[in-house]
Structure formats: C-alpha cells, structure tokens
Design a protein around this ligand. Structure first.
Ligand code: SAH
Length: 350
C-alpha cells in the first residue's frame, strides 16, 4: 500500500534528496520509480523548480506534486556590493532560521560560498559567525538549495563552490559531504570535485576521516597561526585539537591525496602578521604539498584589525622564497559584510 499524499510542507523538500530517495518518494505517492529519476534530472541537471515546466512528467503526477514544495529555503534578502562583483543572499529555513550565502564574480570564475550551519560552535575570536553561537546543522538539502538559488540568480554558470560560509563543515560532516556529492553527481549539477573546496577550522578526527575515505573534494585548513600558543589566542579549538596534531593530520592528508591542501591564514594586526611568522610558515610548510592563502582580516567591529598595506607587504616578503604557491585574498564585498568571517544572522539586517 502506498501512503496517502500529504499536505504542503509535510513532505521532506525534494531538493537535497538523492536519486534513490526520489525513487522511493515517487513510489510513496503511487508512481513508478523512474519518475524519481526524472525529478532528479529536472531538479539538479535542468534546475527547473516548477512542476508545470517538467514536461515529461505525466499530468496526473504533476497534479499530485502541485502543492508540494521543492525548495527547503526561501530567499528573503539580497545585497549587491558597490563593485557589483559580490552579492550576498539571506535565506530563510522552513523553521524561520536564517543563513547567508555569497556569489562572487572574478573574471570567468564564478564562486559561491555556502553555509553549512546556522551559527557555529567553534568560537574563533575574530569571526562574526562565532558571536551567534551554535544554532543548528543544515541538512544537505538546505546546503544544496543555496547553490541552486544562487545559480538561478547568476547570469553565468557557477564554476566553483567553497564551503566557507557560516558554520564549521566538519562538525556537520555527513550533510556537508552529502551536499558535495549532490553537486558533484554526474547526472545532476555535475560540478567537478576539484572545483569544490571544504574549509575546516581544524577538526582533526574529521580531517583523518576525510583522508581515509579518499574524498575527492579539496580541503582547506584555517591555520591562522604558526604555533600552539599563538593559534590558541584566537582559536580555542586549538585546546582540543593541538597545533601539532593539526599539522600532522594535514600533512598526512596532503601526502595521500591527489589534491594539494590549502592553508588559509587570516592576517590580523599585531596578532600573527610579523614577518617572523611568515618565515616560520616557509619552513613549516616546506615539506607539504600545499598552497597558502593569506586573507587580510575583514573587520567586524571587534578587537581585531586588518594590518596596514605596508605591514601586509612586509609579511608577504619572506613568502616570496617559499617552495609552495602563495595567494592573497583581497576579499570583496566588505561593504555589505559579505567578506570572510563577516556572515552573521542574529537578526534581519537592513
Ligand atoms: N569554519 C570553517 C569555514 C568558515 S570560515 C573554517 O574555519 O575554515 C572561512 C574562512 O574565513 C576561515 O579561513 C576563517 O579563518 C576566515 N575568517 C573568519 N573570520 C574572518 C574575518 N573576519 N576576516 C577574514 N577572514 C576570516
């Protein structure tokens, strides 16, 4: 016996469901399972979100689905930065909670920065999201839906995905990987694995798991310091997962993976911006297959500040001798609080 069709919002939203889950869904409303595969194609590959545009579904099925909801998220606000290259979107979950995601254009590269949690439990002292505390994990559908909404808003095809929005992806490991798998699925969005980057504040056991499972996605680690004591000053997580354990797990990952690991280094005035620190980095990372991404701090009205351009230059100087590539992320979108670490949704702003 099939279950009777339920009312609006009684269903799990279709976005976020796998091929297999959509097949069972189709069966649960009295349809053949291949209808689930058709839904998968419409939702993820063709990215159509209106059932009446899903032309190869039978009329009777479309009628059954009419009152159903595809999206777990609703866009409630959007901001355009003055450069027009960065757009920030505010989404409402079905329970009314809010998350943000950012769409960035740099030439031919269109990157989306997705959130994995509402709030965050990691409590990095310099980050705006941390100030909210931890609210909840997002489901894989709520993560993927940020992508699908942003793709609709973007004139160009999105080329890269970074899990660097609100939250700690590795404290919501299962749903984050499930979301990446949906974005990577060849019959769906079909985003190449190397175009998907997951960034962690350093949850060591999860870095090990990610490595052991041979996940194809790129890994970024927010290093933000060059020693146990220095990192501990801004990242209390260093108490639980020590600097040396983090370095060891990162090296192991880089050694076994096909991908280079990225170390992110948020540069904060008088905290970690001494050229002695960059000299240390040159040595520390010399035997790791890695890339270093220096992120001059985006101010959030707290005690930390961005070093002057001269200080940033002085910090970068020793890195010219490094045997690994170094990039500087001159974050865009700070005027709309869309820069790294500026995402927070305590209340609807503006
Ligand atoms: N929790 C994950 C992903 C979210 S933060 C992580 O920690 O990696 C994404 C990046 O932004 C991290 O490298 C983080 O260190 C950095 N960041 C946080 N606050 C920032 C700020 N105010 N300015 C610049 N970068 C910041």
């Amino acid at each position: 016996m099939t279950e009777p069709y339920k009312h609006k919002h009684k269903h799990k939203p279709l976005i976020g469901q796998t091929n297999l889950e959509l097949e069972s869904f189709a069966e649960s409303i009295g349809e053949k399972s291949f209808r689930g595969r058709q839904l998968f194609d419409w939702i993820y590959r063709q990215q159509v979100d209106k059932f009446n545009e899903m032309t190869d579904l039978s009329k009777s099925l479309r009628e059954k689905l009419d009152s159903d909801t595809i999206h777990p998220l609703k866009i409630v606000n959007r901001d355009l930065s003055s450069s027009k290259q960065t757009r920030k979107f505010l989404f409402e979950l079905r329970d009314g909670k809010l998350v943000e995601a950012v769409l960035m254009v740099e030439g031919a590269r269109i990157t989306v920065c997705l959130s994995t949690q509402v709030g965050c439990a990691v409590d990095c002292d310099f980050c705006a999201t941390a100030k909210m505390g931890f609210v909840k994990n997002l489901s894989s559908g709520e993560i993927v839906d940020q992508f699908l909404h942003l793709q609709k808003m973007s004139e160009e095809k999105i080329t890269n995905v970074v899990f660097m929005g609100m939250g700690e992806p590795f404290l919501n490991y299962k749903n984050t990987i499930a979301a990446a798998d949906l974005l990577h699925h060849p019959k769906g969005v079909n985003m190449a694995a190397w175009r998907i980057t997951i960034s962690t504040a350093g949850i060591v056991p999860k870095i090990k798991q990610f490595s052991m499972e041979e996940q194809p996605y790129k890994l970024a680690v927010s290093l933000n310091g060059t020693s146990q004591d220095q990192r501990l000053r801004t990242m209390p997580i260093t108490k639980t997962h020590s600097f040396s354990d983090l370095m060891r797990a990162s090296k192991d990952y880089a050694y076994h993976s096909r991908n280079r690991i990225t170390f992110e280094y948020v540069l904060m005035d008088e905290i970690n911006d001494n050229p002695k620190d960059s000299e240390k980095l040159v040595k520390l990372l010399s035997n790791v297959e890695c890339k270093l991404n220096v992120i001059p701090y985006n101010e959030i009205g707290g005690e930390y500040s961005r070093p002057s351009d001269e200080k940033i230059e002085a910090f970068l100087q020793p890195l010219k001798r490094a045997n690994f590539p170094v990039t500087v992320r001159w974050s865009k979108g700070q005027d709309i609080d869309a820069g790294c670490g500026q995402l927070a949704t305590n209340s609807i702003k503006n």
